[in-house]
Design a protein. Structure first.
Length: 55
């Protein structure tokens, strides 16, 4: 079994490599419209129900 400080160093290097790799990847955030949820005043518990999103 490896000593704890070696394990910590390996984990740290893996996280740094992962962060560097993610930073290199291009990313595009799309402005998605918010879904419209109709609210009926006669509902006892508004906010409950089923919402189906077609993406």
């Amino acid at each position: 079994m490896l000593p704890p400080f070696i394990i910590e160093q390996i984990r740290k290097r893996e996280e740094e490599e992962k962060a560097r790799h993610e930073h290199d990847q291009p990313r595009l955030d799309l402005p998605l419209p918010r879904p419209r949820i109709p609210v009926r005043p006669d509902e006892d518990e508004p906010g409950r129900g089923v919402l189906i999103l077609d993406i």
